[in-house]
Design a protein around this ligand. Structure first.
Ligand code: PNS
Length: 161
């Protein structure tokens, strides 16, 4: 079966990578798709987010990374994707994810499965990591070294500009 892990990944965290690795064990192929949530302002461009994910998942043979334009369900239909995989940290994630899963099911019949985030990463969010990094905090425990370097470069650019 083919699965998709869609998200903003701004940037990818150890929490996302845990879900992607577990999906890669459960399914034959996993597509990680960098999408757009119209409610969010992004720090990294879509291409930068794809590049960070490709680097962070390069050890996983059955995982590919792609850009997601348009509707997730259209993308899934075009690529014969059977199931959407999402990670859940806490109850407020569930409320939003449930609504999206129901909308995607209503649009196309596609199923969503939700994996509980590993307790070790339950406190992580890309938003908080960006905030901590901008204010000079150490985020090296939450992201890969490659991602940490890219965040540091963005923060330095913003400070210079
Ligand atoms: O990491 P996020 O921000 O929760 O990811 C949300 C994302 C990008 C997966 C979601 O906004 C999405 O699926 N966007 C693609 C456009 C779409 O299909 N929107 C309707 C979702 S019900």
């Amino acid at each position: 079966m083919r699965a998709i892990c869609p998200g903003s990944f701004d940037p990818v965290t150890h929490g996302h990578l845990d879900i992607i690795e577990r999906a890669a064990h459960l399914f034959d192929e996993v597509l990680v798709a960098v999408g757009r949530n119209s409610a969010k302002n992004y720090l990294f461009t879509p291409d930068e987010r794809v590049a960070m994910l490709a680097e962070a998942t390069s050890h996983l043979d059955n995982v590919e990374v792609d850009l997601l334009g348009g509707l997730l369900v259209d993308y899934c239909r075009e690529r014969d994707i059977d199931v959407i995989v999402k990670g859940l940290r806490f109850a407020s994630d569930f409320e939003f994810e449930l609504q999206m899963a129901q909308m995607n099911h209503a649009l196309s019949g596609i199923e969503t499965i939700m994996l509980p985030t590993a307790a070790q990463w339950a406190h992580l969010s890309s938003t908080m990591i960006r905030e901590v990094a901008k204010l000079g905090g150490d985020i090296s425990g939450f992201v890969t070294p490659g991602v940490a370097a890219r965040i540091a470069a963005k923060v330095a650019d913003a400070d210079a500009g």
